[in-house]
Design a protein around this ligand. Structure first.
Ligand code: NAD
Ligand code: ZN
Length: 342
């Protein structure tokens, strides 16, 4: 089968023929339909310092996907050929304290598909049945293929109650833009999103934000004043990984405000801890998706009218992966989808 492989310890990805995966008794074999390109995939393609120390050469990469079940192992119940599914890309141990307590997203032994084990940018992928998510009726096939990053957005957006609250999102990349639609759907009052890239701010406007703010030219304090918000944002979702974005967020929160951090900073940086202490802010880190409450929330929100499809801006055949990766890296795109059947 064709797969996108990190075949050499140098920048690039190679579309190669690799053996089809074999399934064990607890596994599901999925014929991949569409996959989404994530920032992680760009790091692996570029072969930066993180990728060099994390990703084994020869790995099939990719973790955002949807497809159809083609075969199931003898122990598998609940899935059958033809089912439309995605996979949770984090494989957990199942035996540690957190796993045993049902907090699988907190497993300290998590492995990631397309990062430390065989990924989804291929014609087929095999996964344990405990990692397969059955898509509900009427889930669009493009939207299904980005449930992984949509899940990052939902996990972060619902980390704190947002009904009636004023929400600040820093970073209008695909995940920030999806989070904006999620908090709007969940009943937030004002949804303000920031970025430094006009095309990303334009994307966020399509997701129903109150205000999309270019922080190079506008101050958040002025935007608050204009919206009649006297006391600051109630909830902050950090989705840029940028130090000045987090500092700006901390400075613009209401007393008792709650911040969920998803963005991954490339290096350590300082913040003004006095603002955290004296304003009694709560800061919570977010990783991955809750298994499987986040998946459930995504499904029912889409079924109840949440539309994240505007975040998908480009489609390519897997054969055109170089152009697809260049588009994703340009900063001018939202989600870029690769198609594996053509
Ligand atoms: P992205 O890189 O496409 O988007 C980040 C956006 O932040 C960009 O549009 C960029 O222009 C913007 N930005 C840069 N400087 C800014 C500033 N000063 N103020 C406001 N915005 C600024 O990334 P994405 O795919 O949307 O993901 C969002 C973040 O979440 C990334 O940092 C990514 O690494 C991280 N992430 C974390 C997890 C997790 O499990 N914790 C999972 C997926 C992604
Ligand atoms: Zn575990």
């Amino acid at each position: 089968m064709r797969a996108l492989v990190k075949a050499h310890a140098e920048p690039g990805l190679w579309l190669q023929d690799v053996p089809e995966p074999e399934i064990g008794i607890n596994d599901v074999l999925i014929r991949v339909d569409r996959t989404g390109i994530c920032g992680t995939d760009l790091h692996i393609s570029n072969w930066d310092a993180w990728a060099q120390k994390t990703v084994p050469v020869g790995l099939v990469i990719g973790h955002e996907f949807a497809g159809d079940v083609v075969a199931v192992g003898d122990n598998v119940t609940g899935f059958k050929p033809g089912d439309h599914v995605s996979g949770e890309g984090h494989l957990v141990c199942g035996r540690c304290r957190n796993c045993m307590a049902g907090r699988r997203h907190l497993c300290a032994h998590t492995e990631g598909i397309g990062v430390s084990r065989t990924g989804a940018f291929a014609e087929y992928i095999a996964l344990p049945m405990t990692n397969v998510w059955h898509h509900g009726a009427n889930i669009d096939r493009d939207v299904a293929s980005i449930f992984d990053p949509f899940g990052n957005a939902v996990h972060t957006a619902l980390a704190f109650p947002v009904l009636g609250e004023d929400v600040l999102i820093t970073g209008a990349g695909p995940i920030g833009a999806m989070a904006a639609a999620v908090v709007r759907h969940a009943g937030a009052r004002h949804v303000v999103i920031t970025d430094v890239n006009p095309s990303r701010l334009e994307l966020a406007r399509k997701m129903g934000v109150t205000r999309a703010v270019d922080v190079r030219t506008e101050k958040l304090a002025d935007v608050q004043h204009e919206l009649g918000m006297d006391e600051g944002f109630d909830v902050g979702l950090e989705m840029s990984g940028n130090a000045s974005a987090l500092r700006d967020m901390i400075a613009n929160m209401s007393h008792g405000g709650k911040i969920a951090l998803l963005g991954i900073p490339p290096e350590e940086f300082a913040i003004d801890w006095n603002q955290v202490v004296f304003n009694m802010l709560t800061i919570k880190g977010i990783y991955g998706r809750e298994m499987y409450e986040t998946w459930y929330a995504m499904t029912v929100m889409v079924q109840s009218g949440l539309d994240i499809s505007p975040v998908i801006t480009h489609h390519f055949s897997a054969a055109d992966h170089e152009e697809a990766f260049a588009t994703a890296a340009s900063g001018e795109a939202g989600k870029v989808i690769l198609h594996w059947r053509d």
